[in-house]
Design a binder for this molecule. Sequence first.
Ligand code: SF4
Ligand code: SF4
Ligand code: SF4
Length: 574
Amino acid sequence: MSPGFEDIMPTEYRELVERGPFGKGLGVSDLGTFKELLEEHPLCAGCGLALSLRLILASLPNPEDTIIVGSTGCSALAFPQVALHNIHSLFGNQNAVATGLKRALKLRFPDKIKDVVVIAGDGATADIGLDMVMQSWFRRENITTIMLDNEAYANTGGQESGMSQEGTVLNMAPKGKKFPKISLTEIARESGCAYVASGSPVHPKKLEKIVRRAILVARETGPAYVQVFCPCPTNYKFKPAEVQKRIKERIKAGTYRIVEYIAPEAQELINQLEGGKLMSNKICIRMSGLGGQGVVTAAHILGSAATRDGKQSTVNPFFGAEKRLAPAESYVRISQERIYERGEILYPNIIMIFHPHVITLGKCYTMPFFDGLQPEGKVLINSDGPLDLSQEELGILAKLKAKIYYIPATRVASEIGGTELSTNMAMLGGLMGIAELVSKESLKEALLERFGGGKFVASGTTAALDDVLKSKYAKLAGLIEKNMEVMEKSADAVVEFLFDNKAKELGGTIVYVAAKVTEEKCIGCKLCVLTCPDPNVIRVLMPDKKVQVDENRCKGCGLCVEICSKGALAIVGN
Ligand code: SF4
Ligand code: SF4
Ligand code: SF4
């Protein structure tokens, strides 16, 4: 904002400058704490497309240097409310317009990164604009194409699109669609895209990851395509609150395929960008927990997965009396280069606290629990909500620029895995959520090796623990599948603790129906923030991270009520 203009600029503009995401490196995990790029939009209550758009905008790696090209469809109704340069193109022309724009920007700003991102519906991408979309891929244009796939022409009353499933009946397709859904991800791969992925808003952090990967690959390597499943409650005639359920059912049934194809040169770039910085040096992880929590097993699985990814790794368990609830620690080192050190890790980059008592009752070999933490290190704590750390402790951690994350690991383990014994898997999933040190495939293989007859035995107790966990499942396949699910869910359940945000007072009265939070029940997990299709509605209040709904902005779709496992949200009216 130019000096002297502050007073005459609209409030929304000033808010964006002061509290917006520009140049701050914020992402999906920070939603609810900053002014979003999307403002109140006219899309329907509970619209899956609106939720996806909200998450995509929060995922942009450099929003300040991003230009969006849109096309006709429901999404076009939201673009006037997007605080980015965006161009509306004629129906189907979006990739041709984006091509010209990207080339012009390269000439005009040769030394600057300018990301050109197409965001359009399935009609514009897979039907009317398919020719221009594919030609841009054939020509290897450096643009990202994101399809918001609501499987219909939704804002014209509900016609079938090429992306609708076979047999789909809509208002204007009363006899049911005669042809199968187009496999545009496969077409994109064959047409020269360097990066192709599909996702959905039920996994916000995964969606963020694929959007970022796509944009970074498009910048450096070649065209990228991301397809996002966004069910339309209005045309498919289901309750808005069921959007998430619908997505999960379709993915589980295999009728919406989640894929990721990465060309070798793009993979190299992704490795460099995501792993290079982190892995050029050794990463030291200290795991502190209580006897019986599987701290040793978690370390073994992590180390084993790292070696399967071609890295070097060492793992050392450390415990005194082998009894339940006695302190237990494990140390994992992971590096691209040979590791010479062994034993206790005194200066960790990452600390994982498997039980709150490690901190609150001092059940730990290392006191305080963050002793030796490296600057900008990370702490992942298994707890349903923030623990009562002293001002002094918070001060030291803030000075270190440490990042603290909470994860309800035991709860996720019980709810998904059916046993608290999977808490260690939930912690590993949480670790993947904050630092992708190993691949999912390698974790699965390591899990299989550990429980499928591998020879690792740290002690009689760890072997006995393995047996107890195995006894919870009828078959090995069930154990692997459930524990992988625990890990995946946990990666999404991590919540970052923010040191410096002040609580914001929100005004407003209920005018019709809106979601209301029962503060005592809210544990600050933020799932509702990542589920609401409307921007700036649910905000995170500091310091305890409970949420507050702005009733004036809420459309009462009920999606947040469905997702909240604590029953802290309800739709109320006057
Ligand atoms: S018609 Fe469907 S896709 Fe369009 S805004 Fe409404 S719910 Fe969203
Ligand atoms: S209201 Fe529910 S979903 Fe939202 S942060 Fe609180 S506990 Fe989590
Ligand atoms: S706060 Fe809840 S009910 Fe309101 S719009 Fe968001 S998800 Fe829907």
